[in-house]
Design a protein around this ligand. Sequence first.
Ligand SMILES: [Zn+2]
Length: 283
Amino acid sequence: MRFVDPDRVDAVLPSHIITRAMTITSQLVAEPDEEARARIIKTNSDLWREAGRYLAKVMDGKCWYCEVRQERSDNPVDHYRPKGRVAEEQAHHGYWWLAFVLENYRFSCTFCNSRRVDVEGGSDGGKQDHFPLVVGSQRALKPEDPLATERPMLLDPMDSRDVALLVFDETGVPSVSEKFSTEAVDAERVEKSLELYHWKHRPIASKRRIVFKRVAVVCSAADQLLSDFERTGEERFRLERERLLRALNVMADRATEHSAAALCALRGLRTASASAAEALELP
Ligand SMILES: [Zn+2]
């Protein structure tokens, strides 16, 4: 997961979507009848599908939760706060008033936002209507209730502190960052996100593992080329090393799949490898 800057999201959404979303939200909030509200949501559901086409551009077509590129996803927008119901609270009617609030949209793959069972890998997950809160925080039940009193359990790609809580290692499955975790609930939030975003899904974990290992291999090769260049002064070693540093930089670029794993690998190596440190500094 990489940080998705709300300013970048604002920049890609065209004004006709923003205006229409605000108009429908006003209609919804003014409508006292629950069935009529459900009709408004259903008849305007094309809006979040259309918004999804623009939201895709923010992370070069990657799911904001898991960084897998979405080329043929049928329903790529997840409502971070679910619009229809909340699995954790049967009496809750969902955050219906946020159905057309664009800040509640996350570009997402089907594995992260829908219930899926991975039969071969033995894992299951998918966010669906889940939106657990940290114990003791106050859930918003209606439009007038502040969202600021809620402490979501699920990590949010649009919250930079949440993104910092995740670290990747050679296992391919993220865990809580010791550096950025400040309270016990952080580990619980990471664990819940692993489960509900289906981040243990074997094929994805395997890809992250490969990315993590590849960074180490390329860093080692680049370090060797540096040593060859220093020993011989031959330009070809320096040029080849430059090419590898660029490759490392691309692996950690936010537009690349599983770049968070590559970034963690580089950061972990930067004291031992001059090449890892240099790749991190490249513009
Ligand atoms: Zn995903």
